[in-house]
Design a protein around this ligand. Structure first.
Ligand SMILES: Nc1nc2c(c(=O)[nH]1)N[C@H]1C(S)=C(S)[C@@H](COP(=O)(O)O)O[C@H]1N2
Ligand SMILES: [Mo]
Length: 520
């Protein structure tokens, strides 16, 4: 026992570094292989991250979306990197005497990567080779670095002064090998990133943009942007983004195919050119996410260009028994939209390829996505859409499996954009501005109220169409002190937003938005 403990061991720092670098080598290799094989999603880091997103319990997802907002994916990747670094360092340290803890980590990492890869609906089965090879590389690097870091002349009784000879040589060798592994891992990761880069994608987008008409000038008088509302049209870069894709699918228009099948008379398979040969429509639509809290930011408006979904459904011939259209994306996400909604002649629903005068940005579904007016995005707006299957209603979709409702019309809502909560503003006459939406019926009126005072009508900006949001403004008098300003909208069916607050799950939040501010 005593002897064993006294056997020469590498310094703690070196041991940590050995573990850390083995993890880096495994992940770097994985990223490079994923790039080389053309299956970027098989990169163990991304595969595990994507699986974590899919497996995360609903409250965790909700927490991530509300805490980190649209940076929630970055937060996940950074968090994973930190956890892996700590695990690597810890198992390196634990393996000072015996390599087992290091090899266990490599084995567990390989198994997690393999399971994650096998579980991804968008990856072929052979992609499991990527995390397995990465684990092997991680194990080999670990073994090599570990032996390089063992103090030289560890055999007892060599009689030489280790500080003068063996250790000096060993240190140089160790420096060289750690440096090489560190640089090699970084180069592999960057190489993989470059291979999965957007080169071909941007070219494809430019070609699509060139075929599209320029965006119409933004409608005049439709916002109070100079007083604090959003602009009526949301710039593509500012458009809210919500999806489960850790890595945006890179799908060129030239490679895109859409299959329309299931309960239809004739199955269709369309290329991008086939789609663009059908008559197009240009529609301005306000999209909303069911995860939008009262007062939240997940609502945006764009001019979309596309082919009506109904045209393709009619072409395929919907069988009367079909109840829902299941849409699937290139990365395996699924959603379902009622057939009756999509076939309703009064409903705007597109297979869109244009957004504000350009091809869809990759984050918003390039080359083709669905957009449906009046339904929350998770039941109607599948991005990177490649498959439409008509079926009866039983099958569960991605979000339905996680507790969200099957039917999800957008709820009438309104939001105060200025003043902001906790602003300090001059007492007296104050302008309150905001936005309201009641897609498909249109917003009929918005009212504001200070503290428990009477509701007073706001002035509405021009209505562009009933499928879009409507900006509003109102003048209120604020005595010095703290005040709560609330708003509520009424849609054209005469339905006024209820005061009762309900959360976003299962079919969208309700309640009046209010801000508290101080007048001086
Ligand atoms: N492929 C795919 N499409 C998707 C999603 C997704 O996670 N994956 N999220 C949906 C949700 S919940 C919403 S609200 C909208 C958001 O679209 P946007 O990111 O372009 O604003 O996309 C929908 N389409
Ligand atoms: Mo959403």
């Amino acid at each position: 026992m005593r002897d064993h403990q006294n056997a020469p061991r590498p310094p703690r720092g070196t041991s940590c570094l050995t573990g850390l670098l083995s993890v880096a080598a495994a992940l770097g290799t994985g990223h490079l292989l994923a790039g080389l094989t053309g299956e970027p999603g098989s990169s163990p880091f991304l595969a595990v991250g994507n699986t974590a997103i899919d497996l995360a319990p609903e409250p965790v997802k909700d927490f991530a979306i509300t805490t980190f907002g649209e940076a929630n994916k970055t937060a996940l990747l950074v968090g994973m990197a930190v956890v892996l670094a700590v695990l690597g360092a810890a198992s390196g340290l634990a393996a000072r005497r015996d390599p087992l803890p290091g090899l266990v980590l490599v084995g567990l990492g390989g198994a997690a990567g393999a399971l994650a890869t096998l579980g991804r609906p968008d990856l072929p089965a052979w992609a499991v080779a990527v995390p397995l090879s990465s684990a092997v590389v991680g194990g080999v690097v670990f073994a090599l670095l570990r032996s390089a870091s063992r103090p030289h002349g560890s055999r007892e009784g060599t009689g030489t002064d280790p500080a003068a000879t063996g250790a000096g040589l060993g240190r140089r060798r160790l420096l060289v090998s750690t440096g090489a592994v560190g640089l090699g891992s970084a180069a592999a990761a960057l190489g993989g990133q470059a291979l999965t880069g957007r080169g071909g994608l941007e070219e494809s987008r430019r070609a699509v943009t060139a075929r599209l008409p320029a965006a119409a000038p933004p409608p005049g008088g439709a916002d109070f942007a100079d007083q604090g509302t959003p602009t009526f049209i949301t710039a593509n870069d500012d458009f809210y983004r919500v999806d489960t894709a850790l890595r945006v699918p890179h799908l060129r228009a030239e490679d895109w195919r859409l299959r329309v099948h299931g309960l239809v008379e004739r199955e269709l398979v369309l290329s991008f050119d086939d789609l663009l040969r059908r008559p197009w429509r240009t529609e301005v639509i306000t999209m909303t996410c069911v995860s939008n809290e009262v007062g939240g930011p997940y609502v945006s408006t764009a001019e979309f260009v596309g082919v009506p979904v109904a045209d393709l459904l009619r072409e395929a011939g919907v069988r009367p028994v079909a109840e829902r259209v299941f849409s699937a994306s290139a990365d395996g996400y699924t959603a379902a939209t009622p057939v009756e909604t999509l076939l309703d002649p009064d409903r705007v629903a597109l297979l869109a390829f244009g957004m504000n005068g350009e091809a869809l940005p990759p984050e918003h579904g390039f080359p083709v996505r669905m957009v449906t007016a009046g339904l929350y995005g998770y039941v109607s707006a599948t991005k990177w859409v490649v498959d439409l299957e008509l079926a009866t209603r039983e099958r569960r979709t991605y979000w339905e499996e996680r507790g969200w409702a099957e039917r999800a019309p957008i709820k009438t809502q309104s939001r105060i954009d200025s003043p902001r909560g906790f602003d300090t503003i001059p007492a007296g006459r104050t302008t309150v501005v905001g936005v309201a939406w009641a897609q498909t019926t249109g917003t009929d009126r918005v009212e504001v109220r200070v503290d428990d005072g009477p509701w007073q009508p706001a002035t509405l900006a021009r209505e562009v169409n009933p499928d879009t949001w409507r900006m509003w403004r109102a003048e209120v008098d604020l005595a010095p002190g703290s005040h709560r300003i609330a708003c509520r909208a009424t849609d054209r069916n005469g339905h006024t937003q209820p005061e009762e607050r309900v959360g976003t799950v299962p079919d969208g939040a309700t309640g009046w938005h209010s801000v508290v501010c101080t007048a001086e």
